[in-house]
Design a protein around this ligand. Structure first.
Ligand code: NAD
Length: 479
């Protein structure tokens, strides 16, 4: 692997934090420090913003084809370094190498998609209603953007923002999560090699996100915030963005229901549940958090799911044959342990798992729970771990009411072989996305996002670039 940068990247240069401070990046499978990276303060962040603001005008004027070609070259370079990027991601985040490779490939797809979108930014020309004026509509980049990303998908949550920002002609400051800065730093190096001009993309790593992000949001030069992370922090950032009336997009938490109807193909449903639950060790905003299964098939479904979950190999993500890596940190594991403990105290039974895995690292055993009380905390909060609570239902209305009884609305999963029921329930489920007989909905060509407290705006698809564009209208009389 070539040297991984550990400094701040501002104005096309790598440099230490102004204070010289660094912080540790930990390997969650060993609970040990991997390395240190620069620990930015507010002055470093403002320096990054200055670089982004200085580069904005020239970058907006850069030909769209060239912006697209830089993304396309970055896509190729990511693939050329897929092994290095995957290893780095496994080391800092914990997911098994095969999954890390999958994420790197998925992350690169956003660059391929938005390389194609860069040259499809269009406008309009219309005759006014009275026939006298011509109305010309054009799109322009919103301006310097602040991108804040979470640790669970260290690369893809970044490229899903960087891709459309580059395509639209926005410069940016990126702040990756403190747990997983290395993947983003390596990506910045790749973007630079792909020909991205200095100052277009700036990366600041910090152990004090609140102190660094707030001054940026209060500075009038930032015009856009794109955030992926928890609903709690998202709400705080909406408040802070109000000061300068920023254009805001937010991908926040989820509490996905996974509904298995009596007419479902059970093989498909169990496979879908494994994907929806176990992708990323359950640490995904899209993770199936509550499995509602019709009473006529619940016993069989639970038995088969427990068998599959019990056969998964838990271990260090770099070891061959490992299916499930560690959770991100002790706080994440403690939360899972508490949620399971509370559900079991309330009457839930573990068919498999139910305990942390002893030893170094933050491992937790894949778990299936039945007889989970409706008021258990895990029914209302993101579990963010490999725990599948199963709840029985007896009719469609009951399943929909339970599924919608949450402040979140990111994704739901629905398994049925009945076409009319599939459409009927899909329309009644209060989420931005529905996986119909499918446990993974993520796709760079699709609009990803949630309703209610799961967020604002969409990433990916034809609409993803809109989040980084503004509409300008020009009024013109012909005579
Ligand atoms: P988090 O909200 O703690 O952190 C996300 C980012 O915000 C990190 O970069 C962090 O450093 C930063 N941050 C934390 N406190 C901040 C503050 N006071 N001011 C400014 N920035 C701050 O979330 P997390 O634990 O990293 O990620 C997990 C969460 O992200 C889950 O809720 C998950 O559902 C959500 N998520 C959502 C999506 C989606 O597309 N909807 C995708 C992935 C993750």
């Amino acid at each position: 692997m070539q040297n991984v940068p550990t400094g701040l990247f501002t104005g096309g240069k790598w440099r230490p934090a102004a204070s010289g401070a660094v912080f540790d990046v930990e390997d969650p499978s060993a609970a040990r420090s991997l390395c240190t990276v620069a620990d930015a303060g507010a002055d470093d962040a403002l320096d990054a913003l200055r670089a982004a603001a200085d580069a904005q005008q020239a970058w907006a004027a850069h030909p769209p084809r060239e912006r697209g070609e830089i993304l396309r070259r970055a896509y190729e370079l990511i693939h050329a370094r897929i092994d290095d990027l995957a290893l780095l991601m496994t080391l800092e985040m914990g997911k098994p190498l095969a999954e890390a490779r999958g994420e790197v490939a998925y992350a690169a797809e956003f660059f391929r998609w938005f390389a194609e979108e860069a040259v499809r930014i269009d406008g309009g020309y219309a005759v006014s209603a009275d026939g006298k004026d011509r109305l010309v509509v054009m799109r322009r980049p919103v301006g310097p953007a602040l991108l804040v990303t979470p640790w669970n998908f260290p690369l893809a949550m970044g490229t899903r923002k960087i891709g459309p920002a580059v395509a639209a002609g926005c410069t940016m400051v990126i702040k990756p999560a403190e747990q997983t800065p290395l993947s983003m730093l390596m990506l910045a190096q790749i973007m630079s090699e792909a020909g991205l001009p200095d100052g277009v993309l700036n990366v600041i790593t910090t152990s004090r996100p609140g102190e660094v992000v707030e001054p940026l949001l209060r500075d009038g030069r930032i015009r856009k915030l794109s955030f992926t992370g928890s609903t709690q922090v998202g709400k705080l950032l909406i408040e802070q963005s109000a000061q300068q009336v920023l254009k805001v997009s937010l991908e926040l938490g989820g509490n996905a229901p996974f509904i298995v109807c009596e007419d479902a193909d059970l093989d498909l449903a169990v496979e879908g549940a494994m994907q929806a639950k176990m992708r990323n060790m359950g640490e995904a905003c899209t993770a199936a958090n509550r499995l509602y299964v019709h009473e006529s098939v619940a016993g069989e479904f639970a038995r088969r799911l427990a068998e599959r979950m019990g056969s998964l190999v838990v271990g260090r993500g770099t070891e061959p044959g490992v299916d499930v890596g560690p959770l991100i940190d002790e706080a994440g594991r403690t939360k899972v342990r508490e949620l399971v403990g509370e559900a079991v105290a309330g009457g839930a039974k573990a068919l498999v798992g139910g305990e942390p895995v002893p030893g170094d690292g933050y491992f937790y055993a894949p778990t299936v729970l039945v007889d989970v009380p409706a008021d258990a905390r895990m029914m209302h909060e993101e579990i963010f771990g490999p725990v599948a609570p199963i709840i029985e239902f007896s009719d469609e209305d009951e399943a929909v009411a339970a599924a919608n009884a949450t402040e979140y609305g990111l994704v739901s999963y629905l398994f049925t072989e009945n076409l009319r029921r599939a459409f009927r329930l899909s329309e009644r489920l209060d989420t931005g996305m529905v996986g119909l007989n499918k446990g993974v909905v993520s796709n760079p060509a699709a609009p990803f996002g949630g309703v209610k407290q799961s967020g604002l705006g969409r990433e990916g698809g034809r609409v993803g670039i809109d989040e980084f564009l503004e509409t300008r209208y020009l009024a013109m009389p012909l005579s």
